[in-house]
Design a protein around this ligand. Sequence first.
Ligand code: PBG
Ligand code: ZN
Length: 321
Amino acid sequence: MRRLRARVLQPLLSETAISKSDLVAPIFMDQTAQKRKAIASMPGQFRYPLAEAGAVARDLWDAGIRALLLFGIPREKDAHASGAFDPDGIVQKAVRAIKKEVPMMAVITDVCACEYTDHGHCGIVGQTRYGPDLLNDPSLDLMDKIALSHAESGADIVAPSCMLDGVVQSVRAALDREGYTDVAIMSYSTKFASALYGPFRDAADSGFQFGDRSTYQLPPGNSREAVLESMLDFDEEADILMIKPAGFYLDLLAEIRTLGVPVAAYQVSGEYAMIHAAAANGWLSLRDVAMEALTCIKRAGADLIITYFARDVARWLDEEQ
Ligand code: PBG
Ligand code: ZN
């Protein structure tokens, strides 16, 4: 085996290499911000004011990144997530600003309610036989309205992240009804109730007031249920499936990619924060571990990778040239 590992042959035989066009950069847009605010648990990540949306997209584009995923932090929250489908909401305005500045940037929007509800859950909450919880069917309408408002603003892909049953079918029908037949759906199809979302919930101010997300997100140990979730979204005509988090779930990524549509893997805030924290202590190399993590996610079958390292990777790849 070692004959083929000679330094001179290594580049020739390498199977998996990350390229800039694999990557999607998540961006937090903050309606309450006048200037960018650093996110403490996510070094190098910021909440941006609307005024910076175009420039952030321009910088990513010039670095070679071709897609971004938008999250919004609204000025006000309420029980019905009104800010999420406001035509002049933060995400809607950011999409318009970005598309104006960089028309060819693929703009993906997160379709969920948790940043916009006062209780912090991902849709409409009400009484169930087990107490207060996220209501499935009454929340579908809300997701339709959010997705439509994003499509109207110019989003190329809408990405429902609420883990509601039937949301892909519902959003697809709503988009088609309004003539947005060419807006694609990337479903957060296999999304675990993970402890790795902690830094994100600080960043997006989307923590919940009661309960947890385990009645809608997946239990980390259940593999058939995880694959079935993606199969159902495939049947509902999701254009792109997703697994989230990425690094701990590569077995399922490898399985879900066999369904046939492209699969995105989301390297989440906790995966990013862990690497940064260890690197800050001098315990490992930020660049080497980040690149290894991303390479392994691609090797396992990701067609695209959503990662907070996107901007850094673009720079690292340039440095290698
Ligand atoms: C909202 C949403 C979450 C993430 C993306 N969209 C948080 C959650 O489900 O609580 C997490 C992303 C990350 O941790 O980087 N539904
Ligand atoms: Zn949510």
